[in-house]
Design a protein around this ligand. Structure first.
Ligand SMILES: [Zn+2]
Length: 246
């Protein structure tokens, strides 16, 4: 066919990167940002200024942003146009990208709409934090803290409540069914009355474990006793013993 392959498609990544850096045309840069290998894409994104093209990448790229918040920051920092940010906040496929865009929105009407009506509670929470109307923000926090998901956003929303009693009630309620150490730790830190934690978690066998080992030297060997202790109620369980050479 004899068509030119763009130089940024060079299999030698060093050469490809140099080629990207030489590009000046925004549409060509955008193509490299969409179709290149991940390093090429990033190098291209850094050269993009066209807000529509940037918004397009922010909305559609998923792999580039998966478990890579740094890449999201690179894109979001380049988006300055409020219309483009709104488009990304509303339509990006990656949830962290949506949240990052909402964070940069300024219009209170738009933010109110996100806070009240978005289907994702993390987006709602971030929008609520940007509201100047603190009364409305509190209403949103209460709703998320009581009904939202995932658990983390419920706990964080409860953390924003001015009604401390309600916040404590919500933590206690969540504590009664939370099923992992990460969330239990969050609740343990926030519950003022540790007896509530003992009653809701420890008494059902849901302790907050930390793991330890005792070692004692015996000749050429160390005897190791491994055990775990609950940070809250102090319950101790041995998990095993072994010897290893000193
Ligand atoms: Zn315990």
């Amino acid at each position: 066919m004899g068509l030119f392959k763009p130089a940024w498609m060079n299999k030698n990544e060093k050469k490809a990167l140099i080629a990207v850096k030489k590009l000046t045309d925004q549409a060509r840069i955008a193509r490299a940002a969409q179709e290149g290998s991940s390093n090429i894409r990033l190098a291209a994104i850094k050269k993009l200024v066209d807000q529509k093209l940037l918004a397009g990448i922010a909305k559609d790229a998923v792999e580039l942003f998966n478990n890579n918040y740094y890449n999201i920051i690179i894109v979001i920092e380049k988006l300055t146009d409020q219309g483009a940010l709104y488009d990304v906040a509303k339509n990006a496929r990656h949830i962290d990208m949506r949240c990052a865009a909402v964070e940069k929105l300024m219009d209170q009407g738009v933010l109110t709409d996100f806070a009240k009506n978005d289907e994702n509670d993390e987006v709602r929470f971030i929008a609520a934090k940007k509201l100047i109307d603190k009364t409305l923000a509190q209403e949103i926090y209460i709703d998320i803290a009581q009904n939202g998901e995932p658990l983390e956003v419920r706990i964080n929303a409860a953390g924003e409540l001015t009604n401390q009693n309600l916040a404590q009630e919500i933590y206690a309620n969540i504590a009664s069914y939370v099923n992992n150490d990460y969330h239990r730790e969050m609740l343990f830190e926030r519950l003022k009355d540790k007896n509530v934690f003992i009653e809701r978690c420890c008494n059902k066998g849901n302790h907050l474990w930390f793991y330890k080992a005792d070692t004692a030297q015996r000749g050429d060997f160390y005897d190791v006793d491994e055990f775990r202790v609950c940070k809250v109620c102090g319950k101790k369980e041995y998990s095993g013993s072994y010897s290893r050479k000193a």
